[in-house]
Write a protein that binds this ligand. Structure first.
Ligand SMILES: *Cc1c(COP(=O)(O)O)cnc(C)c1O
Length: 224
């Protein structure tokens, strides 16, 4: 039996697929950033992907990220891609360069308070629940414009939008919806596309794709 591909080989393959999708979409080379999703990964796997050149990372939980990153050199960029509780906003502002999951007014207020205290704020994406799934975080699509407007009037640095399409649906309509809301609000930074659908997401304008299992193999705990 052939051994499973190394993390370095998977990273190289993912980079090649991103480059091919950029070219196929007529987008310039390097216009899409690969965010490596490290949730539940052991230290050795993270060390391996860093050694292979990965430098942008996504974390789902503040506490897991706080425990992990002192063990590795500070990457170029750390991004929070999981839901954020208001009581963890200070810790998240200390740790992350980008928070992708602004989705409600209470969080907006907590971020504005921290930003004022510090005189700076991570760049923010608004998470949109494009499938309007009750169990999923994210602002409803019809409420996205007003949340973006309120964040801007609170001087928060809104850079773009993020979505996680419903697990078993075709993602095209969701990516198109996110891109349309972004365009209507003058936003260009689009975090969309995961291991199964990042090629499609790039076709619809993703600037950041978030890959976990494509690099590390299937997670032991599904949905973790
Ligand atoms: C886990 C996760 C990913 C990565 O998912 P894969 O399918 O393993 O690539 C991307 N984005 C978010 C928000 C996640 O929670």
């Amino acid at each position: 039996m052939t051994p499973p591909p190394s993390i370095a080989a998977r990273l190289e393959d993912a980079r090649a697929r991103i480059a091919a999708a950029e070219a196929a979409a007529g987008r310039s080379s390097g216009s899409v950033t690969l965010t490596v999703v490290t949730k539940t990964q052991p230290r050795e796997a993270v060390a391996e992907v860093i050694a292979a050149g990965a430098d942008v990372f996504g974390e789902n939980r503040v506490q897991e990220a706080q425990a992990r990153w002192p063990e590795h050199p500070r990457p170029r960029e750390l991004r929070l891609i999981g839901p954020l509780q208001s009581n963890k906003v200070g810790a998240a502002c200390d740790l992350f360069d980008v928070i992708e999951t602004l989705d409600r007014d209470s969080l907006l207020q907590a971020l504005a308070t921290e930003a004022q205290k510090r005189g700076r704020c991570p760049r923010l994406l608004v998470q949109v629940n494009t499938g309007e799934e009750p169990q999923k975080s994210g602002v409803a699509p019809r409420e996205a414009d007003s949340l973006i407007a309120r964040a801007r009037s609170a001087d928060l640095p809104i850079a773009g939008l993020m979505c996680i399409p419903p697990a078993r649906a075709a993602p095209e309509a969701h990516f198109a919806l996110l891109a349309r809301i972004a365009a209507e609000n003058g936003l260009t930074h689009l975090s969309m596309g995961m291991s199964e659908d990042f090629g499609t997401a790039i076709r619809f304008g993703a600037t950041h794709v978030r890959l976990g299992s494509a690099l590390f193999g299937a997670r032991a705990r599904p949905g973790a």
